[in-house]
Design a protein around this ligand. Sequence first.
Ligand code: IVH
Length: 667
Amino acid sequence: MSDSARYSWLKDELASLDHAYYVLDEPILPDIEYDKLYRELLALEQLHPEWVTPDSPSQRVSGHVGDLFSEVKHVVPMLSLNNALEDKEAAAFDKRCRDGLNLTSVEYAAELKFDGLAVSLRYEKGLLTQAATRGDGYSGEDVTANIRTIKAIPLKLRGESLPDILDVRGEVFMTHKDFEALNQAAIAKSEKTFANPRNAAAGSLRQLDPKITAQRTLSFFAYGIGQCEPSSLIPKTHFELLNLYQSWGLPVCEHRAVVQSIDGLMNFYQGMGALRDQLPYDIDGVVYKVNSRDLQEDLGYVSRAPRFAVAHKYPAQEALTTVLGIDVQVGRTGAITPVARLSPVVVGGVTVTNATLHNEDEVRRKDIHIGDTVIVRRAGDVIPEVVSAIKDKRPPTATTFMMPIHCPICGSHIEKQVDEAVARCSGGLFCPAQRKQALLHFAQRRAMDIDGLGEKIVDQLVDLEIVRTPADLYRLGLMALANLDRMGEKSAENLLQAIHHSRKNTLARFIFALGIRHVGESTAKDLAKHFGSIDQVMSATEEEFLQVNDVGPVVAQSLVSFFSESHNREVIEQLLASGIELQVEQSSILPELLGKTFVLTGTLPTLSRDEAKAMLEKAGAKVAGSVSAKTHYVVAGEEAGSKLEKAQELGIAVLDEEQMLKLLQLK
Ligand code: IVH
């Protein structure tokens, strides 16, 4: 294809991708693929400036004003940001700023790049009067009614000297938790689900019925400003603007900083990169803005983006690849999970070859065929998953997935309960796959903590029929282990030592290690505390299980059925016979303090407020922030103020640190 033919193809392709993304809220390509095409277009335009026409995607901010909402003109246009995909592009941005401003070092405000959709909120004398989407950057859609349903957005700003007119710019987005809840509810009603939180946020904001928007929890962070009258109210720096917003009651993300020069920028980028997986919402990068608003004006704008800001992107969490096949995996409880075998693709810096499809219903709902081009997502430590298939790219040879009738590992029937999405192998511990998973669960750090007993070893031990149950682990000899693949005598010895050490363990870990369905770590702890010995647990009735903190009918039923299986009882007896010693962790709860409310005030002589609080809570007491008739004790230190007075007024017992420690039986 000639350069000019490629150029017109790119223009058309980008226009239809924009349409799908901005107008239909149904992206057909991951952002990274879009960016590649866009950069290719920019490169061609640099070579041939004479080709550029006003309809090129580079000449406008992408988007389209739909005909569903009325149009709002932006007094100050809503521009876009240039991207830095590599560190050296961030360094080039800093250099351009320094050169442009004739400075040796520039101060920046650094913040997160939220993955949602931009909106402009108009406040007149502090009251929210209008809200609009970005649209094409010059006019957007009037979404006031929907925006008003977002609880994070104040209908009235707080404070005294508020501007007559203020356009707050920011991002509407959906947290992971709200996104999961929305999709779960949609699945329950057999409705269409959203591929990612960004689409969910966009789809929810562009609902014609604000009642529906109100049912979907959206979030918002402010990060910019449009029109402001009088403009003298705008602070000198971007960072101060964010602080001012916060004081007016607008949500501003806490992860923001003022940094100097490229070192400061890179520190922020790496720091936030490390935090990215723990954030409750998606970000696709960080944004750097020259902090001084005067200097921002000096640098100015170029076509669709400011020169004073840049988005430094993180590796994309989504990528495009093809499904080579769909296999099933058997889990510890026999759960059969369809897994897509993928043509290898790098997602977020890691090569992915498999991605989960969760269960058969999901495969049908997402309509994934073998041979399809799909979007895979890998976020943080979560197992990579197939998000959606690109229907337009489905080859005629694509085939559908059929759930096997028999377990591929042990041949037992695969069963599916009516009320469960998950199909299970009925083979139980007869199934080597379930046995392997059960052993790995038993040995994991949070259970019996057998260091060195990993997947490769367990596979061999089960396949060679050396180990069938956890009890067999305690009968292993050096020779049996040393003969395994990838096992020297030294590592065999270490493993034997680790197995030996695991004999001394807590009752709670042992109960968790058994792998009883619905019994996680915290239930195991509650059971250990309640019953005190494994014998008591094994002989408890359903009613007795129901007496345990947080144990409901499902868990109680699962416990009863586990302990009524003779082979489970045998394994436990063998484990105990092999010298396992279980201790019950002493409860630190003091019955006389259980449920009592304390208030801490003033500076204590040796303990910090947090230490004192932790000690009280460990003993079962509650710690409250203010004194009321419901307060049992006030612990007062130096310079205790109004809380102490209130306690005295109400006749509440006041203790000093020493008296508190005595009460905690620590003195
Ligand atoms: S500033 C003139 N700051 O990124 C600069 N944008 O590509 C205007 N975005 O449409 C944008 N987080 O949807 C800015 N902290 C942030 C942002 C941010 C996300 C989005 C916004 C905008 C797009 C620009």
